[in-house]
Design a protein around this ligand. Structure first.
Ligand SMILES: NC(=O)c1ccc[n+]([C@@H]2O[C@H](COP(=O)([O-])OP(=O)(O)OC[C@H]3O[C@@H](n4cnc5c(N)ncnc54)[C@H](OP(=O)(O)O)[C@@H]3O)[C@@H](O)[C@H]2O)c1
Length: 254
């Protein structure tokens, strides 16, 4: 059981559920997000389970701020588990994606993951110890018409994490990629269409924790969506394109 854990996007959804899942006496959780009020609420939930919570209001797009905060935490107490979870969702409902939306999805979901992982990767390698979980998605298995930038950002971090896993293992660092299907959070609350095999965040957090404890390279869940992901990759492009055009689209960002 890791005793010093960092989670980005811990102010809500899956990140908060993960924080509560790991909360226990002897465990310190560093909770990152932008909204101080929601971070404080997550910290209270951690404390209620006997864990120690420290909140850090920071934007994952800010490389310098992330590096400064993470390096300070790691210097005080080495981070044992780092969960790069913060992300945004956006799609093409009502038309194509704006340039700004496309760039912001990559800034948060890709640059934000790099800004979280890179400052701590070196120190973990140096001490030959540590675990890094990268939040991807089943949506990252194939580009879909409903959310091109989101799918691409999730594919990028998945593939990066898969490669990094093999490479960092030589230095004693475990890297895991997490690919959820639909989880009931504020993010999916905005979708407004029926989501197959939707699961509550508490169940998602339990599955992630078990997967990380077993050091699974790719943690895809629920199993029904793992099968969907397999089909998305295995079927001919023309078939997936035709299917993708018929799927409901994620809403665009305001
Ligand atoms: N829910 C699903 O079905 C699902 C499925 C597959 C993958 N995922 C992935 O799982 C992760 C968590 O999603 P969720 O469903 O829990 O979403 P959520 O409820 O919307 O939570 C997203 C979290 O990310 C944080 N965040 C967003 N932009 C940020 C920024 N620029 N800087 C710092 N923090 C930021 C938010 O914190 P603040 O608002 O406080 O900034 C919030 O804590 C995301 O990477 C998402 O893509 C979700």
């Amino acid at each position: 059981m890791p005793s010093t854990i960092v989670i980005t996007g811990a102010s809500g959804g899956i990140g908060r559920a993960l924080a509560v899942e790991y909360a226990a006496p002897g465990v310190t959780l560093h909770l990152f997000g932008r909204d101080p009020t929601r971070l404080d609420a997550a910290a209270a939930a951690v404390s209620a389970k006997g864990g120690v919570a420290r909140v850090h209001a920071a934007d994952v797009r800010d490389a310098a701020a992330m590096a400064e905060a993470l390096t300070a935490i790691d210097a005080a107490t080495p981070i044992e588990l780092l969960v790069a979870n913060a992300g945004i969702s956006a799609g093409t409902r009502g038309g194509g994606e704006s340039d700004e939306q496309t760039r912001d999805v990559f800034r948060v979901n890709l640059d934000g993951v790099l800004n979280t992982v890179l400052p701590i990767l070196g120190p973990m390698r140096a001490r030959r110890r540590g675990q890094i979980a990268i939040m991807s998605s089943v949506a990252g298995f194939r580009g879909l018409a409903g959310a091109p930038a989101y799918c691409a950002s999730k594919a990028a971090v998945r593939v990066w994490g898969e490669g990094l896993r093999g490479e960092a293992a030589a230095d004693g660092v475990r890297v895991n990629v997490v690919c959820p299907g639909f989880v009931e959070t504020p993010m999916t609350g905005a979708n407004g269409f029926p989501m197959p095999f939707l699961i509550p965040p508490k169940r998602a957090a339990r599955i992630v924790r078990q997967g990380l404890a077993h050091n699974r390279g790719r943690i895809t869940f629920p199993w029904q969506m793992a099968i969907v992901g397999w089909f998305l990759r295995a079927l001919p492009d023309a078939l997936v394109d035709a299917f993708g055009r018929r799927l409901p689209r994620k809403p665009a960002r305001d």
